[in-house]
Design a protein around this ligand. Structure first.
Ligand SMILES: Nc1ncnc2c1ncn2[C@@H]1O[C@H](COP(=O)(O)OP(=O)(O)OP(=O)(O)O)[C@@H](O)[C@H]1O
Ligand SMILES: [Mg+2]
Length: 228
């Protein structure tokens, strides 16, 4: 098994006017390439903060993060942005689709940021939308799609850059049980078939079972890392 992420003594402290919040407190673990990691823990335990730090969207206060052998702490903003563009897909609970853009336009966004021509953007976005089963919904706006379809557009957008790792923050939090199962099965499929590493935050014990590794956070501390 090849290690893809090494998390060493991560601390994240938010400084507020009335004191500090220790959102992550000395967290250490490793992730192997191809793992499906589920992250559980009470509200406020640091799950989102952990995903943001690992995906390079925020910087930890101290500690080290290695992606393969590349340092993610202490690098420039530009290097961190490069890492995100090249390796990271992010799926959020509220889908975070742009409301005035169609499904295909939403999926094209990361490709535009990567400087792809609009013809290339269309071809690649179409094929990922087909992969998530939305071949008949290219020109629908988010409000014209069901919740599950919106989440599939968000997953297509996270996938379009062929990321090495997808971070998903409660991707089924706003979905009914049937749609949740559909999205989880889809994440499992891209994990197995495309060998994309997945780190998924969830409140649901059933959803957590999709992971081969489970991480539990309590008060910013890693309480448990188990494998099934
Ligand atoms: N930008 C911020 N500024 C200050 N404090 C923050 C910030 N983001 C998070 N926190 C605090 O850090 C702690 C961890 O927050 P985080 O969002 O990581 O929790 P979580 O486990 O994702 O919770 P939930 O399950 O409710 O989404 C919380 O106490 C929160 O109030
Ligand atoms: Mg959260």
């Amino acid at each position: 098994m090849k290690t893809i992420l090494t998390i060493q003594n991560i601390v994240k402290t938010y400084k507020m006017r009335d004191g500090v919040v220790n959102a992550l407190n000395d967290v250490c673990f490793t992730v192997n390439r191809g793992d499906f990691v589920s992250i559980t823990g009470p509200s406020g335990s640091g799950k989102t903060t952990l995903l943001l730090a690992l995906s390079g969207l925020i910087r930890p206060t101290s500690g080290n993060i290695l992606f393969e052998n590349q340092q993610l702490v202490g690098v420039t903003d530009k290097e961190l942005a490069e890492f995100r563009k090249k390796h990271v897909g992010f799926v959020m609970q509220n889908f975070s689709l742009i409301p005035y853009m169609t499904a295909i336009q939403n999926v094209m966004i990361p490709l535009g940021l990567n400087g792809k021509s609009s013809a290339e953007q269309k071809v690649q976005s179409s094929s990922v939308l087909e992969l998530v089963g939305l071949e008949n919904r290219f020109n629908h706006f988010p409000r014209e799609l069901s919740a599950g379809q919106q989440q599939r557009v968000a997953i297509a957008r996270a996938l379009v850059n062929k990321p090495t790792i997808i971070f998903a923050d409660e991707p089924t939090g706003n979905l009914d049980p049937l749609l949740s199962t559909e999205i989880l099965a889809f994440l499992q499929k891209i994990n197995k078939e495309l060998n994309i590493t997945i780190m998924m935050v969830t409140h649901s014990p059933q959803a957590a079972e999709y992971g081969n590794v489970n991480i539990r956070l309590v008060d910013g501390k890693l309480l448990n890392r188990s494998t099934n």
